[in-house]
Design a protein around this ligand. Structure first.
Ligand code: HEM
Length: 392
């Protein structure tokens, strides 16, 4: 018997011995391919991919509309994309898909389409009312923005629990847009793979912190109020605003700091995400608590203190992804695709970012290098198409 055979045989024997009294739920699900066959609805008053439980993988695409493209061309594009989205999210190949087999595993695929301010330069669209916040964010002192990670006349978020599903959807959507728009940037992000942690567990960022704890809960009135737009231009009602910030982390210098200092910088513990003033991740930070020595337990410039909403209007829904593009120039090219949704970017997001710009200790290890603001179009029902109210 070969060594390999022996090892494999041994592993199988151990597995078999453990089987009878272990539920092994995740393994069973994987074996049946149920994760891959899970589908998210693409229809409804809101686009999927915002309130949707975060999938493991996401790709964001920025598009520039080609010169000569007019409103009628955008109508064609949106009708094609709507059809693509309806098919791919439900596990069906699109028309003339050169690799239809790749559509077989949707894995909760969602596609979420947003429009940037540049779209309104398209002939036939300049008269359309835009929300006042639909423009680049004001400059911040921490910014080192690079044009090739910023902006976008159209921005598309493609997310799924399987990276092949994401890649295939990207290939289809970009191919179908070719005559109308060219891709100016692509950003790829990830969270923990599906099934590796309990469903609904908050993810970790690459600094090691549990990230996304203090957030409105999808499906609640609170979430609806923070995220969905109910007034202003009728083409946007049911939509939302999205800010995407590519924030580079200097993990080399960050890993040089001791654990206690990192926790002071964040205001929360690395182990379980609990605030320095509590014991559970879900405990609300006590911003008034002091140490025996009379110092603030959550320091004055800790991220959670500075980011904490000062009033009910100033809230956002964060849906971040990590990115890791390897090592460039000897430095890890890693960070956060910080994605936030809010009905009014100026009122809800900008005040938080202004405070963080001035006071957040985390700024010493993080640098925003890309920034986009888009209006996420409302959803569509079967028979309808994405963006109809904007384009007709
Ligand atoms: C690389 C950059 C960033 C990292 C690593 C980071 C990480 C974190 C972590 C670990 C928490 C605590 C757990 C939680 O409640 O999720 C947190 C909280 C928070 N962050 Fe960030 N964050 C970053 C950038 C930002 C930015 C740009 C904003 C908004 C402009 C922001 C807004 C918030 C808010 C509102 C909270 C909740 C504060 C509270 O009320 O307790 N963060 N962040």
């Amino acid at each position: 018997m070969s060594r390999r055979h022996l090892l494999l045989g041994g592993a199988a024997a151990v597995g078999a011995a453990a089987l009878p009294d272990t539920p092994l739920a995740a393994a069973t699900v994987d074996a049946a391919g149920a994760l891959g066959q899970s589908k998210e609805q693409c229809w409804g008053p809101h686009q999927a991919g915002v309130a949707t439980r975060s999938q493991a993988f996401a790709t964001y695409l920025g598009f520039a509309i080609r010169s000569g493209v007019a409103r009628a061309d955008l109508v064609r594009l949106m009708k094609i994309w709507t059809d693509d989205i309806e098919r791919m999210t439900q596990g069906t190949a699109v028309l003339a898909d050169p690799v239809p087999e790749l559509a077989d595993v949707p894995a909760r695929l969602t596609v979420t389409v947003g429009v940037g301010p540049g779209l309104f330069r398209t002939p036939g669209l300049s008269h359309k009312e835009q929300p006042s916040w639909l423009r680049p964010l004001p400059p911040f002192s921490i910014d080192a923005l690079q044009a090739h990670w910023s902006g976008g006349d159209l921005v598309v978020q493609i997310a799924a629990d399987d990276p092949v599903a994401v890649s295939h959807a990207r290939q289809v959507l970009v191919g179908d847009a070719k005559a109308f728009a060219e891709v100016t940037w692509t950003q790829t992000g990830f969270r923990r793979a599906a099934g590796t942690t309990a469903e609904g567990a908050t993810g970790r960022n690459l600094m090691g912190f549990i990230d996304g704890t203090v957030n409105p809960t999808p499906g609640t009135d609170d979430f609806d109020q923070v995220v969905w737009i109910n007034d202003g231009p009728s083409w946007l009602q049911g939509g939302t605003g999205m800010v995407l910030r590519r924030i580079r982390m200097n993990l080399d210098t960050w890993s040089g700091i001791d654990r206690a200092s990192r926790e002071q910088i964040m205001g929360r513990r690395l182990s379980d995400g609990s605030p320095l003033t509590g014991s559970l991740e879900t405990d609300a930070p006590d911003l008034d608590a002091t140490t025996d020595g009379g110092l603030l337990t959550i320091p004055e410039f800790a991220h959670v203190r500075v980011a904490h909403a000062r009033n009910a209007a100033e809230r956002i829904y964060r849906r971040p992804y990590n990115y890791d593009d390897g090592v460039t120039g000897g430095q890890p090219d890693t960070g956060l695709l910080f994605t936030a949704f809010a009905a009014d970017i100026d009122r809800q997001f900008v005040p938080i970012q202004r405070r963080l710009d001035r006071h957040d200790l985390l700024n010493l290890w993080t640098t925003p290098i890309g920034s986009s603001v888009v209006a996420i179009l409302p959803g569509f029902e079967p028979g309808d198409w994405l963006g109809r109210r904007l384009l007709t």
